[in-house]
Design a protein around this ligand. Structure first.
Ligand SMILES: [Zn+2]
Length: 88
């Protein structure tokens, strides 16, 4: 299954509400969430394996869905990177 990054940017005022929303969304969501809050960066990055974009957006707590950024992640192998350079 593809891996998605869900970014939930929030203000310091929204922080506790964001934490509550992610906690209530389930243990799986909370376990896979990474927060910048204690370093003063009020972003949550949630990495999940889901079927598609729609599914990724669906798991975001409704209150934060409109401000969530959903990105499908990929990895590159050294071979792929080397192949991207122009030949010659
Ligand atoms: Zn925060």
């Amino acid at each position: 299954m593809p891996q998605y990054l869900i970014e939930v940017v929030h203000t310091p005022e929204e922080c506790l509400r964001a934490l509550d929303a992610v906690m209530l969304a389930g243990a799986h969501m909370l376990t896979n969430s990474h927060w910048g809050c204690k370093d003063g960066v009020h972003d949550a990055w949630i990495i999940l394996e889901v079927e598609n974009d729609t599914e990724a957006r669906r798991v975001v707590p409704p209150a934060f869905r409109h401000q969530a950024r959903v990105v499908r992640l990929n990895k590159f192998t050294p071979e792929e990177i080397r192949a991207m350079h122009p030949k010659g």
